[in-house]
Structure formats: C-alpha cells, structure tokens
Design a protein around this ligand. Structure first.
Ligand code: 5GP
Length: 114
C-alpha cells in the first residue's frame, strides 16, 4: 500500500489537528505553520494528489470545497478580504501530495505572490 500523506493521516485521526469544519466530503483545519492570522487548510476526504490530477469525477467535490471556503471566510469574519491559494506541483511549492486549498486572511496581502 502507498504511504499515507500527512493529510490522509489527519483525516484518519492518526495525527492531531485543530479542526475548524468537517463534513462528509471535506475537512478544514488550522495550518501548523500559519502565514497569516487566519490560515486554514481545506481538503477533500477523497485522495486527490493535486489540482493537476483532477478527474471529471472530482467536479462536485472541488465545487463543494470552494463553497465551504466561502462559508468559512464569512464565519471567520474575513470581511475585509481573504486569499485562497492552491499550490500544484513542486515549482509552485506544493509539499503535501493531497489536494488542499489555503484560506488566508487577517492581514493585507501583497501581489504578485513570491
Ligand atoms: P503546500 O506547501 O503543499 O501548499 O502546503 C502544505 C501546508 O501544510 C503548509 O502550509 C504546512 O505548514 C502545512 N502542514 C504540513 N504538515 C502539517 C501538519 O502536520 N499539520 C498541519 N495542520 N499542517 C501541516
């Protein structure tokens, strides 16, 4: 069996995380190394390695993740704005091979990103 990613281990409750939202399809938890006052990771429970690896069958779950992010941003009172980042592949800085969206907020953001 392939080695589990750290995020699969969080879904399976093998390692702890500060979970802020969970439903049948996804999990949202605090990033262990926050880059902003609010830094939440939103991931599918399905094993999808990256945005580049999406299949047509993943259409609904990805839409659901974005809906959850929108709701979380409101719940977390990020009314001044927030940023959603999805690193795909090594050159973009993806370090965990399980699809995840970063929800960042609580401070002004710069553009372009580094
Ligand atoms: P990436 O660099 O792949 O876009 O983002 C991976 C993110 O996962 C990083 O922001 C990193 O801080 C976070 N991360 C890595 N390991 C853990 C962990 O064990 N627990 C939590 N909560 N976040 C993690």
């Amino acid at each position: 069996m392939a080695t589990k990613t750290i995020f699969r281990r969080i879904i399976d409750r093998e390692i702890p995380a500060t979970i802020v939202f969970e439903d049948e399809h996804c999990l949202a938890f605090q990033d262990v190394n926050p880059q902003a006052p609010t830094h939440v990771l939103v991931i599918p429970k399905k094993d999808i390695p990256s945005l580049a690896a999406l299949q047509p069958a993943d259409h609904a779950v990805v839409g659901h993740l974005l809906m959850v992010i929108s709701r979380l941003a409101a719940d977390l009172q990020l009314d001044r704005g927030f940023r959603v980042v999805c690193n795909s592949g090594p050159e973009a800085g993806q370090t965990v091979e399980h699809l995840h969206f970063h929800l960042l907020g609580g401070r002004p953001m710069l553009w372009p990103p580094g």
